[in-house]
Structures are given as structure tokens and as C-alpha cells.
Write a protein that binds this ligand. Sequence first.
Ligand code: ADP
Ligand code: MN
Length: 366
Amino acid sequence: TSSSVGFLPFTTQVAGHLGQMTTTEDGSLLIKTALPREVAFYEALQHDKALEQLRVFTPQFLGTLRLEGQVDPAQADSTAGIIVQPLEGEAPGTVKDMSFLPRRLLNWVLIVSLQSIVLENLTYPFLKPNILDVKLGTILYDDTASPEKKARMERAAKETTSGVTGIRLTGFQVYDNITSQPVHTLKQYGKALKPHQLGEGIAKFFPLGQEIEESSPAAAPVTGADDVEMASPSTVQSFGLPLELLTPMLQGIREDIALIREVMESVEVRMVAASLLIIYEADWDRAEEALTRYFTEEDNEESEEEEDEDDDDESKPKKIGPPFVVKLIDFAHSIVTPGKGPDPGVLLGLETLVKLLDDRLKEVAP
Ligand code: ADP
Ligand code: MN
């Protein structure tokens, strides 16, 4: 007998191939169909001493799955067509079962035959995640690319911001404060940007929000990425954090990117077409709480240790998420390259991003 339990299409994806990612029903984990290179890279991240510092800047890796069986021919392209079948002697799964991954999933056979990786869903702790996928590097093909693909990727780098700056804005979502819905900007936008316009793109992802006056009529709902640019002033106000939250948010994210850049300087890898995923909280109240906690904890590390004895699981307030998360993702074409030195294209991209965030900080709080 089979039961289709536990897996849903992953919907907060801002770039990449659709349909190759699923999530557990509670949303905490992602299952991504992965090429052997990506599996190998994640495994190296767990075990390779030289990559240790990089691990905290990647999603938590819970293991691999080999999914075996048949796809429902009626829905061959759809994750909805994937059926989970318990092995003999196992009760049908529930959402709770998934929290025991990966051991628990070994007891399941999926009706497809694909190697997959199980990752932490980085958006899970956020109430309203604003998400940006930035493709890193100047070279977007690896040694396995066919001559045609190599030529295509060389052109792609040359014709976009990738070639000169080491980054391309692949896609993003930003919450509308009035409708509480995320508004998506698709990859065409980032592809069309010229290097000198990258700042505009960053401003679109980090808009400066303003208090919405009670008396002003609610802005018309924004329906598509194209509308954002054409938006009327009242609509513009519905995006972004107020200055007192945007500033620390930008500073914190900027510091994390600078740290990742530092770590990337000391690891010998080639990350082809990997991304930096930047997520920050768009809900004002939650962002304020998370930022306060983030910056207080950092400043008071010592006093906190002293209070350790008082720590009691039951008296702890319910854990709220971080104000932001910055991680490297998508290692389908990444390899460990001992002796080759750091990846220059990725370093360039991270430097570009740090500069862009510095510029944005000056722009919003001169
Ligand atoms: P692809 O190989 O199809 O490009 P990616 O690994 O880049 O796949 O993932 C595609 C998108 O899915 C990303 O742009 C991001 O929005 C989302 N995503 C990927 N990994 C995670 C993760 N660990 N947590 C949350 N979202 C993720
Ligand atoms: Mn990707």
C-alpha cells in the first residue's frame, strides 16, 4: 500500500528549477533533487576539515535520500505525483515522523529514482521572509559543460552583470505591508540590469518603508513584478522596513557577507553558479524583536554565560527566528579544489555585494 504523505511542493522559491524541490508538511525541511556534484559537495562540507569554517554559512545538511520506484505517469513532472510508500512493517508516515530525518526517511521508498539531499529550510523561522537569490561568480559553466553550454554561459556572463561584477540578481520576493503578500521579481529583471543599475536592484530588495497614515486610502494591491517599478507613491510606502529597522538589518547582513568573503578567501573551492541566499524578516514587529535580540546577545555574550545556571527549558520564551540569514546555496557545479587557491569570481561577487550594501546604507541614512 502507498500513501502520499509528508511532502508538498516548495513554494517560497525565488529562483532555480521548479518542481525539483519539495518540503515536509511542517515546512522545516527541503528535499532537493541533487546531482552527484552537489551531494559530494555537501558531504565534503560535513567532513572536510578545510571546509569547516564554511559550513555555518550553508544550510544544515540532514543527509541524502535515494528515491526509488516509479512516477505516476499521469503526473510525471509534478511533485504531487510523487507517492511515498512505507517499507514493510512501517506505519504510514505523519508530519511528525519527518522530524526524525534522515533516519526516519530511510524507512520510506519514493516512487521515483533520484538522488536527493535533505536541507534545512532557511525561510522556516521567518514570519514574512523577504528573499533574494544572488548568483555568484564570473564563470557560470564547469568542466562538464558541452561546448554549446560553455558558449551560452560565456555569453550569459558577458551580457549580464555577472561578467564584470561577479553577481547577478537571480530573483527575489518582497512582502507588501498592506496586502501581507510577497511580490516577486523574476530573473528577467536581474538579467536586464547593467552593472551601474545594481544599486537600484538592491534598493528594490531593501526598500525603505514608512508608517502608513490611517487616513490615507489603502493602496491598490500590487499584482506583478512589473508593477513595482511603476508603483504610485502610496504603493511604494507599502514595501520595506522603517529606517530604524532597515539600518541595523543592512548592517547585520553586510557584516555576514563580509565574514563569508573572509572565509572564502581561505578555502580552496570552485563554486560555479552557486548563490548567496539573503533572507530578512519583513514583519515590522517581528523584525524589531529579532534585531533587538540579535544585537543584545552579541553585546552581552559574557553576562549571558553568567546567567547560564538559571537556564531552564520551561522558562525559556518561545524561540523567535533570527532577523536575517545569509547563506551560500546551490552547489550543483561546485567542487573542492585543493591547491588551487580561493575562487576569484566568487570573491569579486562578495566584494561587490558588500559595496552595494554600504551604498544602500549611505543612501537610506546619509
Ligand atoms: P536550482 O539548482 O534549481 O537553482 P537552488 O538550490 O538554487 O536550486 O534553489 C532554488 C531556490 O530555492 C533558491 O533560489 C531559493 O529561493 C530556494 N532555496 C534553495 N535552498 C533553500 C534552503 N535551504 N532554504 C530555503 N530556500 C531555499
Ligand atoms: Mn540556483
